[in-house]
Write a protein that binds this ligand. Structure first.
Ligand SMILES: [Zn+2]
Length: 314
């Protein structure tokens, strides 16, 4: 069993990492692939990264590509992705020839939940909520990630629960994703203040008392709180593990999130929201596990690495 290529993408970058059979990250490269450039930027970036890394470390056995949004992993088709910006892209078949190895496609939240369940902080039953380019969730129950029907992940970003307001990319106007993602925060802050700002800058300005930043940040926290409350009301789960860019922006989202959840569950214990133990590497490790699993499914294991277990890459 050889190395695998793990490729997580987000709204601005595509990262490639070579992971060896013992789950060590051998090398990594990153290319800028801004959403505005469309899916062609990503379809060019993946073979470019594979070529560059293969020149130094040899060919890979399989590649795992994860994107935010809805995917049909069986067909290798991206149905809708806020970080790609176009619908129904047959990306895995297209990339297979150019990468020179089978390419497995999965959505970022499912791959991240898989990584968290195998290498995270030991929770067996949890909802993984990913807040970054989009707002999505995946359910993990006693180990494996529960598979979804077709390509529809836990799309909490499009639960119709927000205030009537901004028109979402999906066409509705009550979606948390219109408020609680990095692009939404940047857009709402720029619209209200005339100044562009990253999520980190909005958090810092809100902490200094800036009224516009506070309003944008409050709405950004309220929206996932509503989505998480709706999810927890149905599933009755105790733990929410959160990953993605917003969860990585320090403690700031978690304190107000807990307060709002407490208010949503009067007289009951609200679910606890914890940050992913794997940090920014969650999606990358998920991509590597997916690539490795597909290899296991189609080939008999015979190498020394058959007993190696996934662990946080680094
Ligand atoms: Zn929507």
């Amino acid at each position: 069993m050889g190395n695998v290529l793990a490729v997580p993408t987000d709204a601005s970058t595509t990262r490639g990492a070579v992971i060896d059979p013992f789950w060590s990250m051998v090398a990594t490269e990153t290319l800028r692939t801004p959403r505005e450039s469309g899916p062609d930027k990503v379809t060019h970036a993946v073979p470019t990264l594979a070529d560059r890394l293969a020149r130094r470390h040899g060919p890979v056995a399989t590649a795992g590509l994860v994107v935010s949004g809805r995917v049909d992993e069986g067909l290798g088709v991206i149905r809708r992705s806020p970080s790609i910006g176009r619908r129904d892209v047959r990306i895995a078949p297209m990339l297979r020839e150019r990468v020179g190895a089978p390419v497995v496609l999965d959505c970022a939240v499912r791959a991240s939940a898989l990584a968290e369940s195998m290498c995270g902080n030991g929770h067996e039953d949890f909802v993984f909520v990913r807040l970054g380019t989009g707002a999505t969730a995946a359910l993990v129950s006693t180990g494996p990630v529960i598979p979804t029907v077709a390509e529809w992940p836990g799309d909490i970003g499009h639960l119709p629960i927000g205030p009537n307001g901004r028109t979402c990319t999906c066409g509705s106007n009550r979606c948390p994703e219109s408020y609680a993602t990095a692009p939404a925060i940047a857009r709402l802050h720029a619209r209200a203040s005339g100044k562009p700002a990253t999520t980190g800058q909005v958090v810092a300005r809100a902490a200094r008392g800036d009224a516009i930043a506070r309003r944008v940040w409050n709405d950004a926290v309220q929206a996932p709180a509503d989505g998480i409350a709706a999810t927890a009301s149905i599933l009755d789960n105790e733990v929410i593990v959160s990953g993605g860019g917003l969860a990585e922006s320090g403690r700031s989202p978690f304190v107000p999130l807990h307060k709002r959840l407490d208010r949503r569950f009067p007289g009951k214990r609200a679910p606890t929201v914890v940050r992913s133990a794997l940090g920014p590497s969650t999606a990358m490790l998920g991509a590597a596990i997916r690539a490795r699993q597909s290899r296991k499914n189609t080939h008999v294991l015979s190498s020394e690495s058959a007993n190696a277990s996934p662990r946080p890459v680094g």
